[in-house]
Design a protein around this ligand. Structure first.
Ligand code: 5MM
Length: 363
């Protein structure tokens, strides 16, 4: 009813407060919004049944201790049918996010191989109930860009940037903090400088489109970005320091100071490598702070695969407590990494052990 619908809206803090909550210095965002197809690709041959996806999301949302290092969970629309699980996460203080994009489609013959993101049609009315009826606090929209000799093209950047900005405006009007995710893919054999160049062009386009609209509060938007790395099949590797330096240079040259935070996706990196890269970024941020030149925005993580991979493996092998410990362990390690602290630190190791013990005691 109308009173029920208004309840969450009235209880929900202002958008900038939600953004700050998501950017808690010791927490990050869990991306558990895989579409059914993507989820199937993670199942190592297990049949991709809705009940299986439901069980996994139940495990995630009701995990004891999740809130220690997870500020919010991004969910696919199908999980919003799991009212009790959503309520459990909310009660633990974990914010809920809704993936509002409807996946990608080809741009057209002139931009062969390039994609745009679907879902703008009817978005204004589609997004409202997630906030008013289900208590979602934030949203996500992902666009993808392939790096190649002629891509990302100007047309692909223009189209996706404009659509990301339209989505951001619609989400804020619905009472949701928009996470904009213009993902520069790691697929390919390009080097670090080509990745840098593509990332700069994409992010410039996105923030230009947001500015041009004029109706988006950038102070209540989060950027979900790929770390700037050589392509996953590149012959030349980069050190974590090179990745962190390139990533930070790109962000400093493109992201407005008013934006509260940048959260990184893992983009197919292993759990360990994603954490190592995040730690190098955290160290650079800490060095700048110590030198009196702090970054204008918070840095955090919004990993999908790099938080869930080991945990899913344990779950599929039938060991739910081990799955919980794996996920909480990754979250704890990344929470330290974003502050530039290594899990090998004695204090860090103690914190991770305590988290694992708490998880074991709770199951
Ligand atoms: C978790 O997967 C998200 C949804 O992907 P599809 O729409 O392709 O099913 C995806 O947007 C994800 O949040 C990001 O790619 C980050 O995940 P990774 O695994 O790269 O950290």
């Amino acid at each position: 009813d109308a009173r029920g619908r208004g309840r969450y809206a009235a209880a929900m803090p202002a958008l900038r407060t939600v953004a700050a909550q998501l950017l808690h210095p010791e927490k990050g965002i869990l991306a558990a919004d895989e579409s059914p197809k993507t989820f199937g690709a993670r199942l190592a041959g297990h049949p991709n049944k809705p009940s299986l996806r439901q069980t996994w999301r139940h495990i995630l949302l009701t995990m004891p201790g999740l809130e220690a290092h997870i500020s919010g969970v991004i969910l696919h629309e199908e999980t919003f049918a799991q009212a009790a699980d959503l309520a459990a996460a909310r009660a633990a203080g974990v914010l809920l996010g809704i993936k509002l994009d409807n996946g990608t489609a080809p741009m057209g013959p002139k931009q062969a191989g390039e994609l745009h993101t679907r879902g703008l049609e009817g978005l204004a009315s589609r997004c409202a109930p997630f906030h008013t009826q289900h208590g979602a606090a934030f949203a996500k929209w992902r666009a993808v860009f392939r790096v190649g000799p002629h891509t990302p093209s100007k047309a692909a950047i223009r189209r996706n940037a404009k659509d990301l900005a339209s989505y951001a405006a619609a989400a804020q009007k619905c009472g949701l903090v928009p996470i904009i995710e213009p993902e520069v893919l790691a697929d390919g054999d390009h080097d670090l400088s080509r990745a840098t160049n593509a990332s700069v062009r994409v992010l410039r386009g996105v923030f230009r489109a947001l500015k041009k609209r004029g109706d988006v509060d950038v102070g209540a938007v989060l950027l979900k970005a790929a770390m700037v790395t050589p392509g996953s099949s590149s012959a030349v590797a980069a050190t974590p320091e090179q990745v962190a330096n390139a990533t930070l240079r790109v962000l400093l040259g493109t992201v407005p100071r008013a934006l509260p935070g940048v959260v990184f996706l893992s983009g197919g990196q292993s759990e360990e490598l994603a954490t190592t890269h995040l730690e190098a970024l955290g160290r650079l941020a800490a060095e700048r702070r110590a030198a009196g030149k702090p970054l204008p925005w918070a840095l955090s993580f919004s990993f999908g695969r790099a938080l869930q991979a080991s945990a899913m493996k344990q779950w599929l092998a039938g060991d739910v407590p081990a799955a919980q410990q794996a996920l909480l362990g990754r979250a704890a390690a990344n929470a330290l990494a974003q502050q530039g602290r290594a899990p090998q630190d004695p204090a860090a190791a103690a914190a991770a052990a305590a988290a694992a013990a708490a998880a074991a005691a709770a199951v």
